[in-house]
Design a protein around this ligand. Sequence first.
Ligand SMILES: [Zn+2]
Length: 185
Amino acid sequence: MQTKDLIRQLLINIGEDPERDVLNKTPERVAEFWGYATRGYKVDIDAVLKESVSNDKYDQMILVKDIDYYSLCEHHLVPFFGKAHIAYIPAGKTIGLSKIPRIVDAFARRLQIQERLTKQVAEAIQNVLQPKGVAVVIEATHLCMQMRGVEKHNSVVTTSAMFGVFRENERTRMEFLDLIKISRI
Ligand SMILES: [Zn+2]
C-alpha cells in the first residue's frame, strides 16, 4: 500500500472526510513530507565522512554549536527538534566543518529517540576520526510530550555522549560545556 493511501485511511479513521475540499490533496502532501522527513535512511554516513577526512596536525578542540535539527520520535511519530553541539579533539585527522551538521541531519531524519541520536552522532565521529575525544550534547523539545501535557511547556530535554578526553578529563568537559553555555548534564 502506498503512503498516500495509508494517510487517506487515517483521515477516515479519525472521523474526517478525505474528499473534503483541501483535504483531498493532503494524503499526497503528507506522503511527500514523510519522504523528506525520513530521508536520512538513504544517506551513507560513513561515505559522507570518509570523503572529507584529511590529515591534520591541529590538536585543539573543534566545536560546532547550535546546529538546528528536526527529528521524529519513534514512539509517537511526532517531531522533536532543537540544537546539537558537537566537539572533538583531533588525533591526526579532521573532517570538513560542514560535514558535522550533515551527520546530525542524516541521523535526525529517521525515526529516533533522543538518546540514540546523541550516541550515533558521537560514534560516527569516533569511528571515522579516532580523535582524542568527542562530545555531543543535544537539546530537544518533544512535541509528543508537550502536546499530551506530559511535560511542562517549554521544557527542554538535554542528552550527552562523551568519549575519550571529554569523559576522562573534567577540565576538558567543563571547557566544552562552558563554550556551549550548558551548566549541567
Ligand atoms: Zn514521543
